[in-house]
Design a protein around this ligand. Structure first.
Ligand code: PHE
Ligand code: ZN
Length: 895
């Protein structure tokens, strides 16, 4: 916390440090109240730096005990957390010894060294290491670490750090020690230690090259039976990275540790990944299919960082997407390969795009819009965003689309050949992929392509086609444009890969594609590469009037205006060879009905038969996978609808119309929902695989619709069946599906079910999080019981603001994921938001800043919400003590 404006850090100001740190020896005397850290650094002057240049080390919240250079005392000063040594020895290299203390049990920010559940854990990304000891805490300073841990043996029987265990011994007074050595030079943000009472699941594996490795998953006593899935995911990740990218595990030992208090999902510390329990612990009785899938992808993500992030790291934090975008791309590909079928891959792609649209598109249209490689920040923690992660992954995916699978592999190989062991930039990555693929569109238009790193905002793609029946020619004109974003009033054309096909309007067959001037058709699908503001593509020998199917598989993160009417969308929904675009056509038909009804305040008109028939046909089509049907029948979210509307957003109106659309679908397709529910019961034992999960998802959606329709019509049979299923379910997916169906429909059985659920899972933190979140996101009547319920839940004995999972489940659930309950006309939701942001800011600024972002899009709201929201944001901004984290968010929101 500081008074006054925060400093802004700019990418263009990057300069290499005056000193490097080559090796680090750390000794920890662990004590919750006061931990003593002794650090011995080998410091080497940068070749370009003047002899005797000042050495400036970062520090945050530390107490310095002593500082010696080459064994002699050296004069130093402390300046706003920094430790400045004005006259270090003027030799090329010297030793610096530092002793300091920190207070882990007081560390509620959960950055640096902190306690959780009676153990010690660290979190150093991005700038947490400076909260442990004084250091050049920046990612381009890479050192070899040797770490000695000393602690009470009874309380902390397990002592872990990065790399390999060198030595372990008992000490006097019931203490013990362990010494670890990590042979790989690493930046400080990848340092980790754990000292706790843990148990572990172990597995030995043999890599392709015959090397043996030990894999471990460490958890609290009692959780061991929930680690099998995480271990399987880890084993599969190791095998996949070797097979797909030729990247082996480089350590003898690879450890995963679960901790109950964690700000993010997980952290890729070298050889010692630390995870939020949410992404490790699962059993069929306590975790849903989505939880299982989340664990698989986060375990993979962190493991893949070992190469993309750790072996090659970021030069500075502006390059964050270098590791995050690439690693998200890799974990998405992994999950798709694990899911297997083309249809299962498409379902995962649909999920990714839904998420991009729900989170990244609003970010890119709001006050926090920033390029994938930002130009400035005041608090780096605010830039672990959907843009850096998910849009960053889309940028990597576009490269892969442009150079092909083998070309991308060649590019990755070149990237490692050039940069292994280095701290590099996004430019270095793009250059390696391009250089490995000379002659590709990426290589010839690299400059255009790199706009994706530089420009914020979601580009808009407009497409208009016309068919000349007599000449059998189809001309397609593509235009790209970009709206202004903060600091970027004008946008330049970039490179947009448009994967496309032409679908015959009459019978839906895929038409051969031949561009004017080409010798022969190149199949029925191809990539058009748009690099100008406007380009026209002429297809010849087009034998029938086509419907263009553009941006297949969402080949670029843009919004598409293709001007297609319902008739054309119905053709795509029924026939498109690309599953993603089939789904997209269905979404657009639903969206169109909502948007058309939005003006005024009449009810949604009765749905037309063509639309209902089309959805029914999908639901009943036995050539389609249940998971895909589930996606098609799922309506666009309220947040996405609001984003498409873009301005003068009335959240209550959107909610009401969407509810009416759901209600009509529930009733018009009632018999089909009954069939779907009954036909998709999984008879064999629970497995968290894509096939079973798809069946359960569709059955759960059907049940939800049946309960909704029953409650609306006063019928009690389906709510009763849902309650029964809730009680008897053999797994959490079905149990929670039934419970949410009751809550969603506001059935009178919802309350008893919620009470029973709580009693059944009392003490199981991750399940109790679900219980809080379900109520926070509950579909309450507009008259607004939602806020009252959330306020009451804050008083519940199980609630705590200090636990990030719990705080997120309730507060982000309500403020970010329940627009209809949050955006009240009396502004009480906004008042609640402001109070909670301020309250949380005093405990955990990172978490508070994330909650603060619930108001990003206040400008897009209609009155009276807009003014009330502004007032709430202004109140937070005017608070006397604010973290840099929250300050940056609210100041940008008001700009
Ligand atoms: N680097 C982590 C990941 O994406 C995320 C993270 C960032 C965790 C900062 C903690 C703190 O895998
Ligand atoms: Zn990551």
């Amino acid at each position: 916390m500081r008074e006054g404006p925060a400093t802004v850090i700019r990418r263009e100001d990057y300069a290499a440090p005056a000193y490097w740190i080559r090796s680090v020896e750390l000794t920890f005397d662990l004590d919750p109240a006061k931990t003593i850290v002794a650090s011995r650094l080998t410091v080497e002057r940068h070749a370009d730096a003047a002899p005797g240049a000042p050495l400036v080390l970062h520090g945050d919240g530390l107490v310095l005990l002593r500082c010696l250079a080459d064994g002699e005392s050296v004069s130093f000063r402390q300046d706003d957390g920094l430790l400045v040594i004005d006259n270090p020895p003027d030799q090329p290299s010297f030793t610096l010894e530092i002793r300091n203390t920190c207070a882990p049990e007081k560390n509620t920010q959960l950055s640096g060294l902190y306690t959780s559940g009676g153990g010690f854990f660290t979190q150093c990304e991005a700038e947490g290491f400076r909260r442990i000891t004084y250091f050049l805490d920046r990612p381009d300073v890479m050192a070899v670490y040797t770490v000695t841990l000393r602690a009470d043996k009874a309380k902390y029987p397990v002592l872990l750090s990065n790399g390999n265990l060198l030595e372990q011994a008992d000490l006097p007074n019931g203490r013990h020690m362990a010494k670890w050595h990590d042979p790989f030079p690493k930046p400080s943000y990848l340092f980790a230690l754990v000292a706790a009472d843990l148990v572990c699941r172990e597995q030995r594996i043999t890599a392709r090259n015959g090397k043996e490795h030990l894999l471990q998953v460490h958890v609290r006593r009692g959780d061991l039976d929930k680690t099998e899935h995480a271990m399987n995911a880890l084993i599969a990740s190791v095998a996949w990275d070797e097979a797909r990218f030729g990247l082996p595990l480089d350590l003898e030992r690879f450890m995963v540790v679960a901790v109950g208090d964690f700000n993010m999902g997980a952290m890729e510390n070298k050889g010692l990944n630390i995870f939020n329990t949410k992404y490790v612990l699962a059993s069929p009785a306590t975790a849903t299919d989505d939880d299982f899938a989340g664990i698989e992808s986060v375990v993979a993500h962190e493991y893949f960082h070992n190469w993309t992030g750790n072996r090659i790291t970021c030069r500075d934090w502006f390059q964050l997407s270098l590791k995050e975008g690439l690693t998200v791309y890799r974990d998405q590909e992994f999950s798709m390969d694990m899911a297997g079928s083309a249809s299962a891959r498409a379902v995962l792609r649909i999920d990714a795009v839904r998420n991009l649209r729900a989170v990244q598109f609003p970010e890119d249209a709001g006050p926090m819009a920033h390029p994938v490689r930002p130009d400035s920040y005041s608090e780096i923690n605010n830039f672990y965003t959907a843009t850096v992660y998910e849009k960053g992954a889309e940028v990597v995916r576009m490269m892969a689309t442009l150079v092909g699978r083998a070309g991308f592999r060649a590019g990755m190989d070149l990237y490692f050949q050039r940069h292994d062991g280095q701290a590099v930039t996004c430019d270095d990555f793009a250059q390696a992929i391009a250089d490995a693929n000379p002659g590709s569109a990426l290589a010839s238009h690299l400059g255009h392509f790199k706009q994706w790193y530089a420009q914020a905002g979601t580009p808009r793609l407009q497409a208009r086609g016309s068919y000349n029946e007599a000449a059998r020619r189809y001309t397609l004109t593509l235009r790209q444009s970009g709206a202004p974003s903060p600091g970027q009033p004008e946008k330049q054309p970039g490179l947009v890969p448009v994967l496309m096909g032409l679908v015959a309007a009459d019978d839906g067959r895929a038409l051969p594609l031949k561009l004017e001037g080409e010798a022969q058709a190149t199949g029925t699908e191809r990539v058009l590469v748009l690099t100008e503001a406007e380009q026209t593509f002429t297809f010849v020998n087009v034998e029938a009037p086509p419907v263009p199917s553009l941006l297949r598989g969402f080949s670029a993160p843009v919004t598409l205006d293709d001007g297609l009417d319902d008739a054309a969308l119905l053709v795509l929904l029924q026939h498109d060879a690309d599953a993603f675009n089939r789904w997209e056509a269905g979404q657009r038909l639903s969206l169109g009905r909502l948007l058309a009804a939005l003006p005024g305040d009449a009810d949604l008109p009765p749905l037309d038969d063509a639309y209902l028939q089309a959805l029914r046909r999908v639901l009943r089509d036995d050539t389609l996978d249940p998971a895909f049907k589930d996606q098609v029948l799922q309506l666009p979210s309220e947040v996405y609808v609001a984003e498409v509307v873009g301005s003068e957003v009335n959240p209550q109106r959107i909610h009401r119309l969407r509810e009416q659309l759901r209600g009509q679908l529930a009733s018009a397709l009632r018999d089909d929902w009954v069939w779907a529910f009954e036909a998709h019961q999984v008879r064999e034992g629970y497995r968290p695989n894509a096939a079973q999960a798809g069946q359960r998802a569709l059955a759960n959606q059907a049940l939800r619709m049946l309960v909704l329709d029953a409650v609306a019509s006063g019928d009690t049979v389906w709510p009763g069946r849902a309650y029964q299923r809730f009680k008897d379910a053999g797994n959490m997916t079905d149990r929670f599906g039934a419970l949410s169906a009751l809550v969603d429909a506001q059935s009178p059985l919802a309350e008893p079910a919620l009470a029973r659920f709580h009693a059944l899972f009392a003490g199981d933190d991750l399940v109790i999080d679900k219980w809080f979140n379900l109520q926070a996101t509950a579909n309450e009547p507009a008259s607004g019981g939602g806020l009252q319920r959330v306020k009451a839940l804050m008083q519940h004995a199980d609630f705590s603001l200090k636990n990030p999972n719990r705080a997120r489940a309730l507060l982000s659930g309500f403020c970010r994921d329940n627009p209809a309950a949050f955006h009240r006309t009396d502004a009480a939701g906004y008042v609640f938001w402001a109070d909670r942001v301020l309250e949380l800011d005093a405990i955990n600024p990172q978490l508070a800043a994330r909650l603060a972002r619930a108001m990003d899009r206040w400008r897009a709201l209609a009155e009276p919400w807009r003014s009330a929201a502004r007032e709430a944001v202004a109140r937070v901004a005017a608070a006397p003590r604010l973290s840099d984290d929250v300050r940056e968010i609210v100041t940008k929101a008001l700009d």
